[in-house]
Design a protein around this ligand. Structure first.
Ligand SMILES: C[S@@+](CC[C@H](N)C(=O)[O-])C[C@H]1O[C@@H](n2cnc3c(N)ncnc32)[C@H](O)[C@@H]1O
Length: 258
């Protein structure tokens, strides 16, 4: 199981072994892979995206168990040879996590907050605080806002414009580390430490083209000609940018009082 260096660094001073863990926003399952590799007793990987749930299951192997969603274990895709009984992938909204109060000891939000607008961030933080047991740990890894002269900012602006017009909310919000420190403190979490995980952040050609694809897909749902203009801008910017190394990814760690 391949664990990215950012995840390994974010977890290496956290007590994972033997703990009940929640990966909030499973995405590609990177943090789930890190939690299992570090000896977690149980990992709930939660995402609202069916494709991401499948990716995480295939990557790590979902043992099913007590998630109650009926889609653990053999999901019929023929890829369950490497089942890990400690993992349950839950397809659910983090604004209503399908877990009881005080039921997890460690939560990761690795690259999650930037895809949550402020209203969603507030609702998700309240849920994470609810399911966390007294003394639980929280790891929040994300990106500082990009500098004004970063070329990729313009592509993200186009993606956000398409998202606002198509769905009524931004696709991406880059919260400063200092903001999330105070924000989670407001939800009862005691700040423990901050680390730099990447600086500069390598936005590779595949990241850039994935964001251009996302912007183009949402542009298809925009009214009138605005969508055509945004799709054209996304494609042009992706071609011009190629790849860019800029900005910082940070790792914050918190703990709930016992
Ligand atoms: C950028 S990915 C996170 C990367 C991942 N943590 C990793 O380490 O590979 C963000 C994930 O959060 C999920 N997500 C965003 N909003 C959500 C919500 N309200 N409820 C559940 N999942 C959500 C997305 O579907 C996606 O799976």
């Amino acid at each position: 199981m391949d664990v990215p260096e950012t995840v390994a660094t974010a977890l290496d001073d956290r007590p994972v072994a033997g703990k009940r863990c929640l990966e909030a926003g499973a995405g590609a399952g990177n943090a789930t892979a890190g939690l299992l590799a570090n000896g977690a007793a149980r990992v709930y990987a939660v995402t609202n995206d069916r494709g991401h749930a499948l990716t995480t299951r295939r990557r790590v192997g979902d043992g099913g168990g007590d998630d109650g969603d009926g889609n653990g274990g053999d999901d019929g895709d023929g890829n369950d040879a490497t089942v890990d009984d400690r993992l349950a992938v839950l397809e659910a909204d983090l604004r209503a996590v399908p877990l009881p109060d005080d039921s997890v000891d460690l939560i990761t939000a690795h690259g999650l907050c930037n895809v949550l607008d402020p209203a969603a961030l507030s609702a998700v933080a309240a849920e994470l605080s609810r399911v966390a047991a007294p003394g639980a740990h929280l790891v929040v890894d994300d990106y500082d806002p990009l500098p004004d002269d970063a070329a990729i900012r313009e592509l993200f602006a186009v993606e956000n414009a398409a998202s606002e017009l198509a769905r009524g909310r931004p696709a991406l919000t880059f919260y400063p580390a200092a903001f999330l420190r105070r924000f989670f403190a407001g939800h009862g979490w005691e700040f423990e430490r901050e680390r730099t995980l990447l600086e500069p952040v390598p936005w590779t050609e595949s990241h850039v083209s994935a964001h251009a694809d996302e912007a183009t897909a949402m542009a298809g749902d925009c009214p009138d000609e605005s969508g055509d203009a945004l799709a054209a801008a996304a494609r042009r910017l992706a071609g011009e940018i190629g790849s860019e190394s800029v900005g910082r990814m940070y790792g914050l760690a918190f703990r709930l009082p016992d």
